[in-house]
Ligand binder design. Sequence first.
Ligand code: DAH
Length: 351
Amino acid sequence: MEEKLLQIKNTYLEKVAKAKNLKDLDEIFLALFGKNGEITLATKEFPNLPKDQLPKVAPLLAQIKKELETVIEARREGIREEGYRLLENEKLDLEGGKPLDKKGHLHVFTTFEKEVVELFEKLGFQRFDAPHIDTDEFNFGLLNIPENHPARDLWDTMYIDSEKFGIQPGKMLLRTHTSNSQVRIMRENKLPIRMMNIGRCFRYENLDARHEHTFEQFEIVYVDKNLSMANLQYLSEYFLRTIFGKDIKVRMRPKYYPFVEPGVGVDGECIFCEGKGCKICGFAGWLELAGAGMIHPTVLRNGGVDPEEYSGIAWGFGPSRILMLKYGIDDIRTFLSGDLSKLLKYEEEKS
Ligand code: DAH
């Protein structure tokens, strides 16, 4: 029993010395003297002790109890004093402090949007806006993705179902991509067409560093006679080289998108390792930067364009992804977080 008491004493003296705040000390006090505290329980064992031990153990316990109580109280006092000292040193500035170094500025999305739009204007593309709240027809059906077709699973969609407003379930949605502009662009403009559409898109995502429910997309619709994959390659190279300011290599890989045939993933040579392979590109040496292809004949027809006479290029990418790469932003949620400490940093790097 004596040994046990001495062990309790030593353990708790050490804990008290390490306590950082009053809460830690309260916890220590309870662990010793609370209903099931170690000292309380030790006292309860007294009636079971052999008679001759009691005269030794009882004064020892009383002494240890006193010592621990004194040490705890002294530490409490110490912590309070440290707190006062900190408060004294903390000055309350009622004069407003110095003005912020940085004034407000445009969001990185907005600056980038301007940059991209100007770039494509030079090639004769005009801006076109499509609705953010749209029908499943423009977002899917007319893009060769019929109702109940498994390809719809490629886009986790937020539908607007409100019988109160006479909206049938599954018919209205938040657009999942800027491709909802494709058929509208063809229907509303005279051929040949060079149009671009940039703006918000929405998906029912599981949020993490690479997935956000609200994000940006950029889309090109180019319809003319005799267009080919060569024009697509040129557009991709023109865009990526201007944005990354380097002579980066660009390649196309076959990829399935229901509204283009052939469809491709457009890859840029990894700007971090210059193609050698690194963590960021998953040791592939390439980063997927855009989706594109020759507009599917069915989609051209849906837009009122004769696929025998005209061909079309559709090309789209996510500005968020490109900006993340360009400025080394490691979490897509930063963009809409309002965290100026981060957003200002990227803006500084840019200028
Ligand atoms: N809309 C596609 C998506 O959100 C991206 C895309 C792929 C756009 C191919 C295109 C295209 O114009 O041709 O995943």
